[in-house]
Design a protein around this ligand. Structure first.
Ligand SMILES: Nc1nc2c(ncn2[C@@H]2O[C@H](COP(=O)(O)OP(=O)(O)O)[C@@H](O)[C@H]2O)c(=O)[nH]1
Ligand SMILES: [Mg+2]
Length: 254
């Protein structure tokens, strides 16, 4: 429990047997549920997760992408009755000490989704590989337009917290399953009228190897965002898209 919120942590993991134990060991004691989603890893990821007490492991028989894994974890968090779900990558690149800062705006009822912002960190230029830094800025500009959230920065940050109430309003099975997931999620949050805020977090790059090849993901994510933007401005409306309406205030029933 964190200040009255039952917290589930969702850890998407693909071949992270080496760094997953580090990630899990660092999680703060207030976390109620830890859900590791092993996305058809070919190393010992599932075993490493299962060996840790209090960790629930979901396994995908086939790789569904990081977004697909997060959605599986979100569904489980909802089934467990969590009030909020925090996404933490399995590669120990997120400072667990900053999780409370992501949850505070949810506790205060000031936001439905809180995302980390590494780009405002004073050492970001030194810490973040420059290709990432540039790609992130470009995608942030596009994400602002496609989601309507003009204030968001670091659209690619995977360190996020969301209320169960907001999750329940999203078409989880329609979210983009791969590396454009955070961007697509923001676009859908915009459509359902969720309140989104950024909180500063520390960029951490160790000796881990990213699965992202920047030149291979920027184009697909850009296309995805153009589609989302057109959806937002009403030129294209997907079948079954929820109508934009405000989410109920946190104190409301339902
Ligand atoms: N479940 C799942 N997780 C993935 C997949 N690809 C990456 N991840 C996880 O998502 C997190 C971030 O992935 P990474 O490639 O390091 O991206 P980066 O940290 O943004 O460079 C790590 O915990 C990965 O294990 C995937 O296909 N499925
Ligand atoms: Mg990584």
């Amino acid at each position: 429990m964190y200040r009255g919120l039952r917290v589930a942590v969702v850890v998407p993991a693909h071949n992270e047997a080496r760094l997953l134990p580090v990630t899990l060991a660092g999680l703060p004691p207030f976390v109620d549920h830890v859900i590791v989603v092993d996305d058809a890893s070919t190393d010992g990821t599932a075993q490493v997760a299962a060996d840790r007490a209090g960790v629930e492991v979901l396994r995908h028989a086939q790789n569904r992408g990081v977004g697909g894994a997060i959605v599986s974890g979100y569904r489980r968090a909802l089934a467990l009755g969590a009030d909020a779900a925090v996404v933490v990558g399995a590669d120990a690149q997120m400072d667990p000490g900053e999780m409370s800062a992501l949850l505070d705006p949810l506790v205060a009822g000031e936001a439905d989704y809180v995302k980390g912002d590494r780009l405002g960190h004073p050492e970001v230029r030194r810490r973040m590989p420059w290709v990432r830094y540039l790609g992130n800025h470009a995608l942030t500009v596009l994400t602002r337009w496609s989601s309507g959230y003009r204030h968001v920065r670091d659209s690619q940050c995977g360190y996020t917290a969301i209320t169960a109430r907001a999750l329940a309003r999203l078409p989880l099975d329609q979210l983009y399953p791969r590396y454009g997931f955070p961007n697509d999620l923001l676009a859908w949050l915009g459509l359902v009228g969720a309140r989104v805020v950024d909180r500063p977090v520390t960029p951490i790059y160790g000796d881990e190897r990213s699965g992202i090849r920047v030149w291979r993901v920027v184009l697909p994510i850009s296309l995805l965002l153009v589609r989302a933007g057109l959806r937002r401005v009403g030129l294209r409306r997907p079948a079954g898209a929820p109508r934009p309406e405000a989410l109920p205030a946190p104190g409301d029933a339902g």
